[in-house]
Design a protein around this ligand. Structure first.
Ligand code: V07
Length: 256
């Protein structure tokens, strides 16, 4: 059945037609995005890198609204990696203010759209003002049943896997687990993503074609989709193109 795009304004009603090719049944449940190219977007305009991050933040709102309109189960966004601490301090400080800025502006709308905010990553490594803003959003949206907006903040996949292994070994040492209990399913319970399905589709903007320490375990069977378009320019139509390309691919999970 063709699906409606409830988020389209009157001006954009013509897009509904283009949309009709998308089949709701075959939409991915979980989409993950590496939002790359914000610095480059700013540089192209002679603006400071942080101006690109700000524009990228506005675009997050646009794509979250679209994902919610498609009734996806989860959208995971790579907002800050464990490697990003190596950037200049001023840029890191700015980035750490964006969760607060985003939520100050958009939290009421997320609540209204029944979106549930979650995070993955080392939460305790974040500045207090960042944690406080995100904690408040999680709390305000914890009862929501719509799109799970999962923000990867201070996230690194290898770090996640090591922390999972440490936590499993702790359980073994405490006598609650033994090596025989370890399998792919039980191990997944130790990951940040334990309550989420694996991503069906992973999108990366800005031309790089690698995973950069993002969801390595979870992406074992994920369809990868790349575009040269920079994150601030990645709009609803391109998102729709990624979803429709996904639907055209036949997923095999190693079978035939
Ligand atoms: C960040 C904007 C998007 C492009 C990539 C880097 C910069 C939204 C958030 C956010 C965080 C928490 C939350 C809701 C939204 C964000 C950071 C960077 C650190 F609950 N955008 N954005 N957080 N950028």
């Amino acid at each position: 059945m063709p699906i409606k795009l409830p988020f389209l304004g009157k001006k954009n009603k013509h897009k509904q037609k283009q949309q009709d090719a998308l089949q709701k049944e075959a939409l991915p449940k979980h989409v993950a995005i590496i939002m790359d190219g914000n610095g480059r977007w700013a540089k192209k305009r002679g603006m400071p890198r942080v101006a690109g991050h700000k524009e990228g933040m506005s675009n997050v709102k646009k794509i979250v609204t679209a994902a919610s309109g498609y009734q996806l189960e989860a959208l995971t966004l790579y907002a800050f990696s464990t490697e990003n601490w190596r950037r200049p301090k001023a840029e890191v400080d700015y980035l750490m203010k964006l969760p607060m800025e985003f939520l100050n502006t958009y939290l009421p709308e997320l609540v209204e759209k029944n979106v549930k905010v979650q995070t993955i990553g080392r939460f305790d490594g974040l500045p207090k003002h960042t944690r406080d803003a995100v904690e408040k959003a999680k709390d305000r949206t914890k009862g929501n049943t719509g799109l799970i907006l999962n923000i990867a903040l201070n996230y690194g996949s290898r770090n996640e896997l090591m922390e999972a292994m440490k936590s499993f070994l702790n359980d073994v040492q405490a006598g609650n687990k033994s090596a025989e209990d370890l399998n792919e399913e039980s191990f997944s319970e130790y990951l940040y993503t334990k309550n989420l399905p694996d991503p069906d589709l992973l999108i990366r903007t800005s031309g790089e074609q690698r995973l950069s320490n993002f969801l390595l375990w979870q992406s074992a069977y994920t369809e990868l989709w790349f575009t040269d378009v920079l994150w601030p320019d990645f709009d609803e139509q391109l998102f729709e193109k990624a979803l429709s390309d996904y639907q055209k691919r036949k997923r095999r999970y190693g079978g035939i």
